[in-house]
Ligand binder design. Structure first.
Ligand SMILES: Nc1nc2c(ncn2[C@@H]2O[C@H](COP(=O)(O)OP(=O)(O)OP(=O)(O)O)[C@@H](O)[C@H]2O)c(=O)[nH]1
Ligand SMILES: [Mg+2]
Length: 162
């Protein structure tokens, strides 16, 4: 970073992604960062500049949920990720009130055959999410809306920092 350049954290709001195993959190992180999408199982919390990517097990196993609560305080926005093909919702109703951060819903994999975006949206509304982003990390649909949402008013209109 050159002298006088602003650190990236000044440009974008920090988003923490939560959701069950294979919801599409890591792929979404890669796509939002403009990286080549490739499978990489998340083994621990990855703390990037703009996105905190968490392992699905932390959402699925109640005892590990405390780690998510802690990391949520390091973020500006909590993103509940539901894959459009998921057969049930892992998040309890009204769970958004458990954190004093803005909570948005993200529906990943809307390009998948058998995607049921309406159902995922209803689950996220039940959670308490008001803002919901349907997207595909493969086709890129919906990603710009997320980036726009994370961008601070003064940000330059470029891709997410790496
Ligand atoms: N078609 C399609 N497949 C996707 C999309 N997002 C993720 N996938 C696939 O879904 C699988 C799981 O994606 P991951 O991003 O690893 O899921 P994760 O939520 O990070 O999973 P954990 O790290 O286990 O918590 C991978 O095989 C991805 O290629 C998408 O938008 N479209
Ligand atoms: Mg992952």
């Amino acid at each position: 970073m050159g002298y006088g350049a602003k650190p990236h954290n000044n440009y974008m709001k920090k988003l923490i992604l939560m959701g069950r195993v294979a919801a599409g959190k890591t792929t979404l992180t890669q796509a939002l960062r403009g990286e080549q999408v490739h499978y990489c199982k998340t083994q621990y919390i990855n703390y990037h500049n703009t996105i905190i990517d968490t392992p699905g097990e932390y959402t699925e196993v109640a005892k590990l949920g405390a780690a998510l609560a802690l990391y949520a305080y390091e973020a500006d926005i909590v993103g509940l990720v539901i894959g459009a093909e998921e057969p049930f919702c892992v998040f309890p109703p009204n769970c958004t009130c458990m954190v004093n951060r803005e909570v948005v819903g993200i529906i990943s994999g809307i390009d998948r055959e058998g995607a049921n975006v309406e159902q995922a949206e209803r689950w996220l509304r039940l959670c308490g999410c008001e803002k919901i982003f349907p997207c595909s990390s493969y086709t890129g649909e919906g990603l710009e809306a997320i980036i726009d949402y994370l961008r601070e008013p003064t940000d330059a209109p470029d891709a997410l920092p790496t």
